[in-house]
Design a protein. Sequence first.
Length: 357
Amino acid sequence: MAGILDRVRFPIVLAPLAGGPSTPELTAAVSGAGGLGFLAAGYLSSDELARLIARTRSLSAAPFGVNVFVPGDGPTERATYQPYLERLRAWAAERNIPLGEPRYCDDDWDAKLALLRADPVDLVSFTFGLPAAEDVAGLKHVGSEVWVSVTSPEEARLAQEIGADALVVQGAEAGGHRASFQDRVGAPGYSLLPLLALVRETTSLPLVATGGIATPASVAATLAAGAAAAQIGTAFMLAPEAGTSPAHREALKNSEPTVLTRAFTGRLARGIRNGFIEAHDSQAPIAYPEIHYVTSPMRAHAREDGDAELINLWAGEAHQLAQQEPAAEIVQRLATRDRAALSAAARPQRKPGSSEL
């Protein structure tokens, strides 16, 4: 049976962009232009997600997906993040900066899965881990395709075992949170093209490449390297349909480098270097989502004030290549003009002496 990527005109997939940039308008614009739009469910309640799904459907009849965060194993031990929390509170008190309380939540996991079974969308993708095999089967039963984001060959193998239809292969160049099943010190950070090659040796599932893709040439390179499509986030963040804050938009236009940091959320993520990262990155623990909720009021206040030094400026390594134009025009610009030839190049080659059944 044909997959969802066979139903779209261009091999361009919108990255979910949780935390603000994701909007129904952006999702619908990408899908309506012949790509595949995504709604981010992260940090939303199931009721909020339901409203955004309905709004997206009102804007376009084209296929789109919903991305869901897989919850962790449970609360982080307070001793892990208490020293960092105390330093943050002292620093914030001196500057009259608002902070929140650390807390654990599962991001409304059960309610979101229930919603997506009761009101199915074309595609559901998962980030930060594996759903249970029965959850995958339940979504497939109601007609949804299921993708899983992976950052290593081992994660790819595990995702295939629970029934994923395709894999989003995230290179270290990607902006925002690393999709790793487990955030740990010393985890490998494969660049996109080597990772595509390694994962292709692990599985025959369709691969969707993501990480630092911002030009037609980089889209073509990932297709030639074995991907069925390119998932792109930062290059869409200057589109008028995106919910990107004004301060974040301005930061994307400069040449300040990106870094990997846990300072804002307690989970490794790539963003543009700024004052908060420089002050706190070296002490930041692995403690997600607890630290996310601590810094959330600060970040919201900074967005209102236009203070880019206190915002998590998530961005891929090629962020300065983003262009300020409507999402449909971005899809058209990034889409390869010779999809058939590139798709042929992307098909796995048989090894000498092998045969097809």
